[in-house]
Design a binder for this molecule. Structure first.
Ligand code: ATP
Ligand code: MG
Length: 663
C-alpha cells in the first residue's frame, strides 16, 4: 500500500479533544450505543415529543429503527431552531450563499429569508394537494430553490425524491414511476458551463414514457429568469398540468406550521450512482438521518461559527443532500451552493470562489482533484486560499498523488484533508479522519465515526479477520457490525433487494460492497469494489492501488484497471488511461507506464494491456464504471448491464473499437 507516514502528523486542534479521547469516546459509542445516541439526539436536535427508545430491530430482518416515539421536523430543526436559538443574531445570519453558472451571479439568503420562502413553498405544495407521506419528484438545477423545495417537502412531511438534473427523460421516467409521484417539480432550464439545459423539455419527454402520463397530475415549474410578472408568457410551452411556481409561491403565507413527524417517518428517496449495477432507490427516515447529518458535518469538518462551508456536489447525490443542505443548516452554518463546473470559465473557478467568498471548508471528489491537478499548480497559486481550513474528499479512493496535491498546493500544507468514506446507504460519513484529532495518511479514510463498528471480513468465511497478512495488514470485505442512525431503511418498493444486497451476503453485518485494507494502526484504506478485485496468479489486487501507480506518472490524468481472463494467470490486468494534455501515445510511454507500476507495486501487477482513451466511462456523479470496461475486455459487449447513469454513453463504442484493434 503506498502510504507516506511522514505526513502522518497531528495538526493543531480546534476541536479540543485528543486522539486518545476520540478513541475512548468511540469505544463508548460502540459498547453503549443507547447512552451515546440518546445523549446526542437530545443535544443536537429539538423534539416536539421525546423518543421512548433509542434503537430497536436487527440487520437480519432489516427492521432497524431509531428514536421511536419521538416527534420532530427536519425543516424546523434546520431553520426555526437556528433562528430561535439566538433570534437577533441567527435570523440575519446567512444560511445560503449561491453562485450560479456565471461567477457574478451570486445570491445570499438569511435564515429568516429561507424560512419564509420554505414556508411559502410548503403552502404552495399543500395547495397543489401534496400531503404527508406523498413522494414528490424533484428534477431541478443547483439553484437555491432546489434546497428550499427539499426543505419545504420536509416541512409538510412529503418525501422528496431528487433526480439529478443531468439524467435523461428515460431515467427520470423510471424514477417518477417507481415513486408514483403525482407532483413533479422542475425548472425551465438549468445552466452549466455557459450552456442552457432544457429541463422542462426533458420533463415533457419523460411524461410520454412508461406510465408517467397517468401518474403525474401537476408539473410545478420554477423559471430561471422570472421577472415577477405573473401575466408574462412563460419561456416554454405550458400544458394543462403545468403550474408556474414563482407566482404560485408569491401569494402564499410565509409561515407554515411544521408537521410533527415520527422519527421513523420517511424523509427522502435517493438513488445510488449505479457504478456497480442498476441504481438502488434508498429510503432514509427522519430522526436518525437528521442527527447523523448534523453530527458528521459538525465533527468531520470541524465546523465553527462564522465558517463558510462549501460542498460542491450536486443535490442529485447523497453528498448534496447531507453536506449541501441538511448537515450545514442543521448546524446553523452558512452553506455554499454551486451551479457550475470546476473548469468554467476556466480551471481556476474553485480557487477563485474560495478567494472571493473566503470559503473555510471545501469538499469535492477525487475525480475533480485529478482533473485540476493536471492543469498544473498555477491556477491555485494565483489565488489567496488562506481562508481554507479543511479540505474534504469523497466518492472514490483518492490516490496519494492527488491527495498530496490537494494537501500541498491547494491547502498550502496547512489544512486538514478529510478523506470521508461513506455511501448513499450510510446517510453520512462512516469512516473519516477528524481535523486536529486523527493523524492523516494519504489514501486512507482512517478511523470510524462515532457509533460505527467497522469490521474487515474474510470474503470466503464471512468471519472477521484475526490474523494479519505478511505486511501486518488485514485485507478483506469492508463491513459494519452494528446499526447507526443514518443508515437507509429499505429500497423503495423492494425490501428483498435491500436484504439481499446489504444483509444476506455476510449475516450479522452490513455489507458495503467494498474491499479494504486495515493497517497496523487500525487505519482503513479502501482498495476498490468487491466486484472489481483482480486475481493475478493468486494475488488479490485492488483497482485503487494499480490506478494510483499509473496516475502517479505525470502523463496520466485518469486511469481505470480491470481484470481480463487469462489462461495461465487466471486474470491479467488491463489498464485504461487518459493522458494529460500535451502527452502523446507512444510505445516508449506505454513501456514507461508499465515500468512505473512494476516499480511502485511489483512485477505481478504489470498491466498486460494498456489502452489509451480520450475518456473513461464515468457515472454522472463522476465515478469510474469499471464493470463496463470489464465487459469490453471480456468481449461481452452485448450484455453491458444498466447504463442509465453513464455520463457519456458514446465512449462505449469508441472503447469497443479500440480494444478490438488491440486484442
Ligand atoms: P452503486 O451502489 O449504484 O454501484 P455507488 O456505490 O457508486 O453506486 P454511491 O453511494 O454514490 O454509489 O457511492 C458509494 C461508494 O463510493 C462506496 O461504496 C465506495 O466504493 C465509494 N467511496 C465513497 N467515498 C469513498 C472514499 N472516501 N474512499 C474510497 N471510496 C469511496
Ligand atoms: Mg454502492
Amino acid at each position: 500500500m503506498s502510504t507516506d507516514h511522514q505526513l502522518a502528523k497531528i495538526f493543531p486542534s480546534k476541536s479540543n479533544i485528543t486522539l486518545d479521547q476520540y478513541k475512548e469516546l468511540h469505544k463508548q459509542s460502540i459498547e453503549d450505543p443507547e447512552t451515546f445516541w440518546s445523549k446526542a439526539a437530545k443535544e443536537h436536535l429539538d423534539w416536539f415529543r421525546p423518543f421512548d427508545k433509542v434503537s430497536e430491530g436487527s440487520f437480519e430482518h432489516g427492521d432497524v429503527r431509531w428514536f421511536q416515539g419521538g416527534k420532530l421536523n427536519v425543516s424546523y430543526n434546520a431553520l426555526d431552531r437556528q433562528i430561535g436559538k439566538n433570534p437577533n443574531k441567527r435570523s440575519n445570519d446567512i444560511a445560503l450563499v449561491w453562485e450560479g453558472d456565471e461567477p457574478d451571479d451570486i445570491r445570499k439568503l438569511t435564515y429568516e429569508e429561507v424560512l419564509r420562502k420554505v414556508c411559502q413553498i410548503a403552502n404552495a405544495l399543500l395547495r397543489m394537494g401534496v400531503r404527508k407521506g406523498d413522494i414528490v419528484t424533484v428534477y431541478m438545477p443547483m439553484i437555491p430553490e432546489l434546497a428550499m423545495t427539499m426543505l419545504a417537502c420536509t416541512r409538510i412531511g412529503a418525501v422528496h425524491s431528487v433526480v439529478f438534473a443531468g439524467f435523461s427523460a428515460e431515467a427520470l421516467a423510471q424514477r417518477i414511476s417507481a415513486a408514483q409521484s403525482q407532483v413533479l417539480i422542475t425548472a425551465d432550464v438549468g445552466c452549466r458551463g455557459g450552456k442552457q439545459i432544457p429541463l422542462k423539455d426533458i420533463v415533457n419527454d419523460s411524461l410520454t414514457k412508461m406510465d408517467c402520463d397517468s401518474i403525474v397530475k401537476h408539473v410545478l415549474v420554477w423559471e430561471r429568469f422570472y421577472t415577477g410578472d405573473a401575466e408574462s408568457t412563460p419561456p416554454y410551452e405550458m400544458s394543462a398540468r403545468d403550474v408556474r411556481m414563482d407566482p404560485l409561491v408569491a401569494v402564499q403565507r410565509p409561515y407554515c406550521p411544521p408537521e410533527h413527524m415520527d422519527a421513523e417517518d420517511n424523509l427522502f428517496i435517493l438513488y445510488t450512482s449505479g457504478s456497480t449495477g442498476k441504481p438502488k432507490g434508498l429510503l432514509h427516515t427522519t430522526g436518525g438521518y437528521a442527527l447523523y447529518a448534523k453530527m458528521t458535518t459538525q465533527i468531520s469538518f470541524d465546523l465553527h461559527p462564522g465558517d463558510l462551508f462549501a460542498c460542491v456536489a450536486d443535490c442529485g447525490w447523497i453528498t448534496g443532500h447531507t453536506y449541501v443542505v441538511y448537515g450545514p443548516l442543521l448546524n446553523g452554518s452558512t452553506t455554499f451552493m454551486f451551479e457550475s463546473t470546476p473548469v468554467y470559465p476556466d480551471e481556476g473557478r474553485y480557487w477563485d470562489m474560495v478567494q472571493r467568498h473566503k470559503i473555510t471548508q471545501f469538499y469535492t471528489a477525487p475525480t475533480a482533484i485529478r482533473l485540476l491537478m493536471r492543469y498544473g499548480d498555477e491556477a491555485p497559486k494565483k489565488y489567496d486560499l488562506s481562508s481554507l481550513k479543511v479540505l474534504g474528499t469523497v466518492g472514490e479512493p483518492i490516490n496519494p498523488e492527488a491527495w498530496r496535491w490537494y494537501y500541498e498546493v491547494v491547502g498550502n500544507s496547512n489544512c486538514t484533508v478529510v478523506d470521508t468514506y461513506w455511501q448513499t446507504e450510510t446517510g453520512g460519513h462512516v469512516i473519516t479522519n477528524l481535523p486536529g484529532v486523527t493523524p492523516m495518511k494519504p489514501g486512507s479514510c482512517t478511523l470510524p465515526f462515532y457509533g460505527v463498528n467497522a469490521a474487515v471480513l474474510d470474503p470466503q468465511s464471512g468471519k472477521e479477520l484475526t490474523e494479519p497478512d505478511e505486511h501486518g495488514h488485514y485485507e478483506g470485505v469492508m463491513a459494519l457490525k452494528q446499526p447507526w442512525p443514518g443508515m437507509a431503511r429499505t429500497c423503495l418498493g423492494d425490501h428483498e433487494r435491500y436484504l439481499n444486497v446489504y444483509f444476506r451476503p455476510y449475516p450479522g453485518y452490513y455489507f458495503t460492497g467494498d474491499t479494504v485494507s486495515r493497517d497496523e494502526d487500525g487505519f482503513h484504506f479502501i482498495i476498490g469494489r468487491m466486484d472489481d478485485v483482480i486475481n493475478v496468479s493468486g494475488h488479490r489486487i485492488g483497482t485503487a492501488e494499480v490506478e494510483s501507480a499509473l496516475v502517479a506518472h505525470p502523463a496520466v490524468a485518469q486511469a481505470a484497471v480491470v481484470g481480463q481472463p487469462h489462461d495461465i494467470k487466471g486474470q491479467a490486468i488491463c489498464a485504461f488511461v487518459m493522458l494529460t494534455v500535451g502527452y502523446e501515445e507512444t510505445p516508449e510511454l506505454l513501456k514507461e507506464l508499465r515500468g512505473s507500476v512494476r516499480t511502485e507495486i511489483g512485477a505481478f501487477c504489470t498491466p498486460d494491456l494498456i489502452v489509451v482513451t480520450p475518456s473513461l466511462p464515468m457515472t454522472r456523479s463522476g465515478k469510474i464504471m469499471r464493470r463496463i470496461l470489464r465487459k469490453i475486455v471480456c468481449g461481452e459487449t452485448d450484455s453491458l448491464g444498466d447504463t442509465s447513469t453513464l455520463a457519456d454513453p458514446s465512449i462505449v463504442d469508441v472503447l469497443i473499437t479500440k480494444v478490438g484493434k488491440l486484442t
